[in-house]
Design a protein. Structure first.
Length: 299
């Protein structure tokens, strides 16, 4: 590995960014955060196209995690914010990295499993056909394309298509926990839709593996091998919390409350396998839900 251990993160204050920063520091990396311009001198302002080039010069790697939250009803204005934060932000960052005098060796950028669509039969690997169905399908297609300038310039670039990240401190699991702890949890819809997930700790290790593996593929499915149906997940979480699991939420209620966001996330049916990472040698510490949930509830 290069002696240069300077790593720049966007989204350093988010769920993944906080955990990744701690782990990188443990491994001896020097971590710098590229934040919104309003939060400090080393920043990025997507709206104006401003970016602190000096903060990026000479970095060993740049890991791009930033993006506006997708939870909530998708009004037109909210969709625009989500798209700008992911597509425009990635485009600005990748294009800037490509023109630096001392470019980073590595650029890692996030995407989502919605790149495969909303509902698909069978299991999906990095070699499966991609889709632009739905808002998230179109978004992830543009998001991944936006990383292109970095790759074309010779920077080793990997896109991680991430499933639902399990951690009690944030994301989907944090939103679920109050109801499940009260014994009010249950399946969503018919509960038969596949639920592709990854524990936060394994995601952090997967990102670091991508950082440290020169032969890392250009696209990685960041999901655990132990995909389950959503109803199975609800029962497993209830059992872990020693609570009943009997209060289902019908699909029509999800659509009424969340609109298209609920259809494309909570009712999505995708069995996504991390074939590329496993074949290349990555090993999940918690590949199954029964091993992952106890640790995720403490993360």
């Amino acid at each position: 590995m290069s002696e240069n251990r300077k790593v720049i993160l966007t989204g350093a204050n988010g769920l993944i960014g906080r955990a990744l920063t701690i782990r990188l520091n443990e491994l001896g990396y020097t971590v710098g955060a590229l934040r919104s311009r309003t939060l400090g001198p080393h920043g990025i302002d997507v709206a104006t196209g401003w970016i602190d080039r000096e903060a990026l010069e000479g970095a060993h790697a740049v890991i791009h995690l930033a993006g506006a939250p997708i939870a909530g009803r998708w009004t037109k204005a909210r969709q625009q914010r989500i798209t700008a934060s992911r597509v425009d932000g990635t485009q600005l960052l990748a294009a800037t990295l490509a023109t630096l005098q001392r470019k980073p060796e590595i650029f890692l950028s996030m995407s989502g499993i919605s790149r495969y669509g909303i509902h698909r039969d069978g299991f999906l690997t990095e070699d499966s056909l991609v889709s632009e169905v739905g808002f998230l399908g179109k978004l992830s297609a543009e998001w991944e394309k936006a990383a292109g300038p970095a790759q074309v310039s010779g920077i080793r670039t990997t896109v991680l298509r991430c499933g639902v990240v399990l951690a009690a401190s944030g994301g989907a699991l944090r939103l679920m926990l109050p109801a499940f702890r009260l014994g009010l949890g249950g399946r969503i819809g018919n509960g038969l839709q596949k639920f592709s997930w990854i524990r936060l700790g394994d995601l952090v290790e997967l990102i670091i593996w991508c950082l440290r593996t020169p032969s890392c593929p250009a696209v990685i499915n960041a999901t655990a091998p132990g995909v389950v149906r959503q109803g199975e997940f609800a029962r497993a979480l209830s059992a872990q919390l020693h609570r009943p699991c009997f209060l289902p939420i019908p699909a029509w209620v999800i659509q009424l409350i969340f609109g298209q966001m609920g259809i494309e996330t909570l009712l999505s049916d995708l069995h996504v396998e991390p074939m590329a990472a496993v074949k290349a040698g990555f090993r999940f510490a918690t590949p199954t839900l029964d091993t992952a949930l106890p640790l995720a509830l403490g993360e």
